[in-house]
Design a protein around this ligand. Structure first.
Ligand code: FAD
Length: 388
């Protein structure tokens, strides 16, 4: 079988579906090729099954990239309001959970159904179970699978990142970028739990399940959110966020009591300086089990002004050098990817290879936690789809 189209979109995830819809609406004959048995698997599992589909407070500062300006244009031309109006057109009930994060009231499936219905209306042909065996570029792009050949003058690569291989993630997007001579910013797991080094693990990992409100910092960036102990290290939104900035071998700093002076009461000479009163003071800022452990490890000895000051300082600057991350198996996204210097910020088209586009997570643009990664997928997908 040999079929010709105007556009081949490779990867039926968030970005690929949006791009196919926009190109199809403009009369392009679009084929969307997906190697899994269905499109949008990550949409289905996202946001705990409720899909945090965008964020009301989306700004370019919510994205990490070697070029922090690159995402601006696409984000300005396809905004959260654009996606929300699509969601409202389909009467999908949603709510703001926290910090501008919009989730479905019901299920992520409603978002995927909406995108698939839009694809159908735009005449997009979806080919699932379609694995690429070979891609070559002659006068047009020729994509071969085991049993078919697809041809088009435009190829959009929307194959996502490396996170969660068992959901269908592959390195194809990066491989194709390299095949066509495009630079790649080194990839790494992001929005991922951190694994503590052996000593810290011994000290804290039996606290699995305990969480505390902290401010986590790395490389000049701080997130004030919850931190959670796991059986191998740390997770929770504060840690997932900071993991995207963390580089192997460098420390992270955690303020366990942001904006509070935990030992302030001890300035009053009438307050007895005992472990019991100290514990009581820490219980006001931290969960009891963690506070007790913190004091076992960092107890002031002897109990005087100097050791209290040291304890206070440590509480605000807990320095940890993680042994690593939980890797792509547990990472929500992949940081790094196709170098933005290779792409037009308006259209996502390769500067070197006309007709070749990269969109979504495969590009070196990584959002913070909270609906920003889908907003990037929608925005980059829409910009490419409107330019094809
Ligand atoms: C557990 C989890 C929860 C998440 N929750 C949220 C959330 O609530 N909000 C948010 O903003 N972000 C969330 N994300 C991140 C978000 O899912 C991604 O950033 C987003 O899906 C990226 O879109 P994409 O289209 O670039 O890639 P993907 O959605 O990953 O789509 C890529 C598609 O390409 C296909 N593909 C891969 N290789 C090939 C190949 N060789 N041939 C053909 N097809 C191929 C894949 O099967 C997939 O369908 C979550 C991620 C995970 C893992």
């Amino acid at each position: 079988m040999m079929e010709s189209f105007d556009v081949l979109v490779l990867g039926g995830g968030a970005a690929g579906l949006m791009c196919a819809i926009e190109a199809g609406k403009r009369g392009r004959r679009v084929a969307l090729l997906e190697h899994s048995e269905r499109c949008g698997k990550k949409i289905l599992i996202s946001g705990g099954g409720r899909c945090n589909f965008t964020n009301l407070h989306c700004t370019p500062e919510n994205f990490i990239s070697a070029n922090p300006h690159f995402a601006k244009s696409a984000l300005a031309r396809y905004t959260p309001a654009d996606f929300i109006s699509l969601v409202e057109k389909y009467r999908i009930p949603y709510h703001e959970k926290t910090l501008g994060q919009l989730f479905c009231d019901g299920s992520s499936r409603e978002i995927l159904n909406m995108l698939e219905t839009e694809c159908q209306a735009a005449g997009v042909r979806i080919f699932v179970n379609t694995a690429v065996a070979e891609l070559i570029r002659t006068a047009e792009f020729v994509l071969r699978t085991a049993s078919a050949e697809f041809r088009a003058p435009v190829l959009v690569v929307a194959t996502g990142g490396l996170s969660i291989p068992k959901m269908g993630a592959t390195s194809l997007g990066y491989d194709l970028a390299q095949q066509f001579g495009l630079k790649i910013q080194e990839t790494r797991p992001a929005l991922v739990p951190l694994v503590l080094n052996a000593e810290d693990r011994k000290g804290y990992c039996d606290l699995t399940g305990v969480s505390a409100g902290v401010a986590a910092s790395c490389d000049g960036t701080t997130f004030r959110e919850k931190m959670l102990f796991t059986h191998r290290g740390l997770s929770g939104p504060a840690i997932l966020q900071i993991s995207s900035y963390w580089k192997a071998g460098s420390p992270i700093h955690i303020d366990l009591a942001p904006d509070r002076e935990v030992t302030a009461a001890f300035r009053d000479p009438k307050v007895p300086r005992t472990l019991t009163t100290l514990r009581a003071a820490f219980h006001e800022s931290l969960p009891a089990r963690f506070a007790n452990r913190w004091l076992e490890i960092n107890a002031p000895s002897p109990f005087n002004n100097r050791t209290l000051e040291t304890l206070e300082r440590r509480t605000h600057e807990w320095a940890l050098t993680p042994a690593g991350t939980e890797g792509y198996e547990k990472a929500e996204v992949t940081a790094g990817g196709v170098d933005t210097g290779e792409l037009s910020a308006q259209t996502m088209e390769s500067r070197k290879v006309p007709g070749l586009f990269f969109i979504g997570e495969v590009v070196d643009v990584t959002g913070h936690l909270g609906g920003f990664n889908f907003q990037w997928a929608w925005a980059s997908g829409a910009c490419a789809g409107r330019a094809i």
